[in-house]
Design a protein around this ligand. Structure first.
Ligand SMILES: [Zn+2]
Length: 65
């Protein structure tokens, strides 16, 4: 379960930007630990890496849309 807002790093419950809800905005913070992730934006999406919890990719989120 996500504990932190991946866009703000705040505890879950804050507002998520509309662009982020649609999957266009890369997450900047790890949902598990709230650490700032290393984000790489590509023409076709993004990847974000937490030093503890590994990498996420926009491809992993496409089936949610
Ligand atoms: Zn993490």
């Amino acid at each position: 379960m996500a504990k932190f807002n991946v866009y703000t790093g705040d505890p879950v419950g804050g507002a998520v930007p509309t662009a982020a809800q649609l999957g266009f905005e890369p997450p900047r913070f790890c949902a598990e630990c709230g650490r700032r992730m290393v984000v790489q934006v590509r023409p076709d999406g993004w990847s974000a890496k937490c030093s503890r919890h590994g990498e996420q990719d926009s491809k992993d989120h496409e089936d949610r849309r």
